[in-house]
Write a protein that binds this ligand. Structure first.
Ligand code: GLU
Length: 322
């Protein structure tokens, strides 16, 4: 017993010595910060996805298109013209789609070019625009409350959303994929069982993750950049959303990569207040011009070429309802 006590004392003295002679800073348990409102959920039964046959069909463009400054009396376009600015809900966190340039302070990107084309058609001036930064789950409420005239923010056309807003024709087709740290060992959706995977609240990405048979643990946040920071901090195994959003993250962090097959096609539309068919016809006329004039290809070339694999694609062909 005495010997044991002596040994224990010796060990204590030794360990005490080790601490007192070391020059390293004592380690304090790091507090792991999480973005406000972040929530974790185990995958549960997803709500049954609604089906609609003509998902991408949108009102036919106005013919002829009114010239800038000559909007039909009583139309939404005339009201916006009278106000002097088009108010658009956008993203400010997604590199090259809708992001704030740190040097100029301006929000720019592919989505912003689409929004500016509508301002150009209304006013003859692409700068007659006010951009309001929205998170994924603020998009539909902002339209419903009349805070914005339209939303151009990596927004997928879905059946559920079509109950709440009116969509333009499709102007971009993304694919949901996965972003991981390089050498993570995760190469696709099959490896996501029990893994912590991030997506924003109110996004189709989150709903798709929660419906996966592999049952990842989903972490939901406000902005896509919150997901990237959590991944960098080691609080996640993966981020999953549209390839075009993930490509922007991978460009900001060369220790990350996009992997695996598509989890879902994500056709983007410009969202308008529900039932405003005339405005939808006007916006579709603008998008037709954007596709035909080479503006679409020039914008892709400027923002997305090189970020995404492959050459500049053709814009998606619009589908119209009769
Ligand atoms: N396209 C998906 C959506 O509309 C994800 C992108 C996002 O939320 O920003 O929900």
């Amino acid at each position: 017993m005495k010997r044991l006590l002596a040994l224990a004392l010796a060990a204590l003295v030794l360990s005490g010595c080790a601490v007192s002679t070391t020059t390293s800073v004592p380690t304090v348990p790091a507090q792991v910060p999480t973005p406000g409102g972040a929530a974790t959920a185990a995958a549960g039964a997803p709500p049954a996805a609604e089906q609609c046959p003509d998902l991408l069909a949108s009102p036919r463009p106005l013919t002829p298109m009114p010239a800038p400054g000559q909007m039909p009396a009583g139309s939404t376009m005339a009201k916006i013209a009278q106000r002097g600015k088009l108010v658009v809900g956008v993203d400010q966190n997604t590199l090259n789609m809708g992001f704030r340039d740190p040097f100029s302070g301006q929000i720019q990107g592919f989505d912003i070019d689409m929004a500016r084309a509508v301002a150009q058609a209304l006013f003859g001036n692409p700068d007659a625009i006010q951009l309001r930064a929205l998170t994924s789950d603020q998009r539909i409420p902002a339209l419903q409350h009349g805070d914005v005239d339209m939303v151009v923010r990596t927004m997928t056309i879905t059946c559920d959303r079509r109950q709440q807003v009116t969509f333009s024709s499709e102007y971009y087709e993304a694919q949901q994929r996965i972003l991981v740290k390089k050498n993570s060992g995760i190469s696709g959706p099959d490896q996501l069982a029990g893994k912590r995977v991030c997506a924003t609240k109110g996004s189709t990405s989150l709903a798709t993750l929660q419906a996966l048979p592999q049952k990842p643990v989903t972490v939901s946040v406000a902005d896509w950049t919150d997901c990237l920071v959590l991944l960098q901090q080691g609080q996640l195994d993966a981020v999953s959303t549209d390839d075009v959003i993930l490509a922007g993250m991978a460009a900001q962090d060369r220790y990350t990569e996009v992997v695996g097959a598509s989890l879902a096609a994500e056709p983007y539309g410009i969202a308008l207040p529900k039932g405003d068919v005339e405005m939808a016809r006007f916006v579709n006329g603008v998008l037709d011009r954007v596709r035909a004039s080479g503006t679409w290809a020039a914008s892709y070339q400027h923002w997305l070429f090189g970020l995404l694999p492959g050459p500049v694609p053709a814009p998606p062909a619009p589908q119209y309802q009769d």
